[in-house]
Design a protein around this ligand. Sequence first.
Ligand SMILES: Cc1ncc(COP(=O)(O)O)c(C=O)c1O
Length: 293
Amino acid sequence: MIPYDKRSGKIWYNGDLVDWSDVKLHVLSHGLHYASCVFEGERVYDGSIFKLEEHTSRLFYSAKRMGFEIPYTEAEINSASKKIIATQKVENGYVRPVAWRGSEMMAISAQQTKIHVAIATWEWGSYFDPKLKVEGIKLNVSKWRRPAPDTIPWDTKASGLYMICTLSKHEAEKQGYTDSLMLDYEGNVAEATGANIFFKDKNGELHTPIPDSFLDGITRRTVIEIAISKNIKVHERKINPNELSNFVGCFLTGTAAEVTPVSCIAQNQYKVCDMIINLNESYQNLVKKKKAA
Ligand SMILES: Cc1ncc(COP(=O)(O)O)c(C=O)c1O
């Protein structure tokens, strides 16, 4: 696999299309040392970015919550995103906008730093092994919890939030799992390391945690709308880990994960049932703008 800094083409960087290998930030960048950095993850389907405007708005919201202002308008970032996928000829792939504090100050205080913005895109397929997307992935339960909402700007895609996600995912992979279920600061079920989680009960109803200390994913909201349109009841509520053995189905949602079935969480087994397969198909039809299943 070609490392991400060795690929070819252009990256949109502070307003210009720059050669991929020339897009560099200095080692003394505030964003690198102090995590003053926010980003987005978007998918391109058949040449267009799904829910681009919502992702861009969330990028601006994340930056605002981190105390900095992106020096472009949302409309400019939207058109830059479209321009870079056209330049790179990405038909089905991923888009990564990122904004960070520069090098003018190198200490906790960073009021005078320049805000840099880059948008990169590449062809990309499934986040998880395509075989596992059919069979279901296996989750362990992380020893790391989502932080309490008064400890960090929890409702953003700020890079600092991902430190414990990488630790959790690495631990899961070492134990032979694909990903990790993280609990919240009170010990309730929260989400996976980069995706939200849903459960199906014995009556065919869905349950998903209230996103009050973690990201309310754009995919999560989309899948809730799809489920409601199919007359599936969706309960947004606190879910205790003791309940994991009562559910019969489980899946993750996220821009990267899309709708990914889960076959087990630790010792709890789940079925990849017709409802989950159908929700996944409807999501795929929606993002690819096909007629609803
Ligand atoms: C920690 C975390 N939770 C949830 C999600 C799902 O969010 P979305 O559906 O907006 O991609 C993501 C992915 O961006 C994520 O990184």
